[in-house]
Design a protein around this ligand. Structure first.
Ligand code: ZN
Ligand code: ZN
Length: 381
């Protein structure tokens, strides 16, 4: 029996504020773990940026917001069913000490999960993208709670929790291949460049490497099976971009890290690059019609990247660049037809595996030498 399709939530009915309240209360509850086990659940690099005090204030603010949204939900809906769960979970978080959490001296640990990174990035992305998708949607019929949102959330959680693992393995190739060359002179030269020029070089060089890594993943049958996971989403939204196979993450990020390592940008340039690229990569997948005006010819937009995800084979092999459309122009893969958007996104396969585990295993289920695939299964895109 077919399940009824989930409907988009309506603004002003109290459901959205109720779900925001539930979401915030879960973040507050889980964040207590970061204060209880900071060695194992927080990231040393981030502990240098934030202070324990600022995080205790943030947890309190999240709890207050949680009650405010629960109240809004109640006032709008005149029902407690969407307001109660968030308020109840926030109550449990308070009972477990969320308002009294304290930062402690943290010992160095050999291994850790990036739970702090996961919670902070999830909070930041929802603050930015929930209003964007609510007030400036592209696809009005699409709901956040489509059939596969949990799958995309699992990808988001895993890729953040394993930050240490992904960090080490994506940096390894650059260090192994280029670490033995004396790079100090290049680093000194790069670091005396004006900030904006250095930032442009960082974006251009990484996007150039990313372009070719991405194109290789499309053009080889075996590699395509890994990258097809990213393309399997039929519901493009801010969370959908997280759906990426770990081999794909490793290879593409390792390639993009090579110019960053070789050129050795200053911490200010490097950190700006990381923040902008993290937000922009999410934005281009978002379900939003925001199109940057004339800037769309300079920077990739949601419309641009949605064409890359188009399910119609006629449009395969377009728009590989993550940031600069002119890189696609240089290599003949640029496609941006005025104000037109693709009809649909996804892979041209009716029985694509669903769920994180099946999709993670899927590329390994066929031999790398088996290239006997029908055209529609291929990416030659
Ligand atoms: Zn692709
Ligand atoms: Zn994408």
């Amino acid at each position: 029996m077919n399940q009824p399709k989930p409907q988009r939530l309506q603004i002003g009915k109290g459901q959205i504020s109720g779900y925001i309240s539930i979401f915030l209360s879960i973040l507050a509850l889980v964040s207590i773990l970061c204060f209880l086990f900071p060695e194992k659940l927080t990231t040393p690099e981030f502990r240098e940026i934030y202070t324990a005090q600022s995080m205790t204030i943030l947890v309190k603010a999240v709890i207050v917001l949680c009650f405010i949204f629960a109240l809004i939900s109640f006032l709008l809906s005149k029902k407690i069913k969407w307001a109660l769960p968030g308020a109840a979970i926030a109550g449990v978080a308070i009972l477990l000490g969320a308002l009294n959490v304290q930062g402690t001296a943290v010992q160095k640990s050999d291994w850790y999960f990036g739970l702090d990174w996961m919670l902070l990035d999830l909070l930041l992305m929802t603050v930015i993208f929930i209003p964007i998708e609510l007030f400036f949607p592209k696809n009005l019929n699409q709901t956040k709670f489509h059939e596969e949102w949990r799958t995309d959330l699992v990808y988001f959680v895993i890729s953040h929790l394993f930050i240490q693992f992904f960090g080490i393995i994506t940096q390894k190739p650059a260090i192994v291949f280029f670490g033995w060359i004396g790079l100090d002179k290049i680093h000194i030269w790069i670091q005396q460049l004006p900030f904006l020029m250095a930032l442009f070089i960082a974006f251009f060089t990484t996007d150039f490497f990313q372009y070719w890594a991405h194109r290789i993943f499309h053009n080889h049958v075996y590699l395509w099976r890994f990258h097809s996971v990213h393309h399997s989403t039929q519901h493009m939204d801010w969370l959908a971009g997280s759906r990426t196979h770990f081999i794909d993450i490793f290879f593409t990020r390792a390639m993009s890290f090579i110019p960053l390592y070789v050129l050795g940008f200053s911490p200010a340039v490097f950190n700006t690059y990381i923040i902008v690229i993290a937000v922009h990569a999410v934005l281009i997948h978002a379900n939003t019609r925001i199109n940057f005006g004339f800037l769309k010819y300079i920077i990739t937009t949601p419309q641009y990247h949605h064409w890359h995800h188009c399910e119609d084979p006629k449009y395969y092999g377009k728009n590989f660049a993550a940031v600069f459309p002119f890189i696609d122009m240089m290599f003949g893969t640029y496609y941006l037809p005025g104000k037109v958007w693709p009809e649909g996104t996804g892979v041209h396969e009716s029985q694509y595996p669903k769920g994180f585990i099946k999709q993670s295993i899927y590329p390994f289920t066929k031999s790398p030498f088996d290239d006997n695939l029908k055209m529609e299964d291929r990416s030659d895109r």
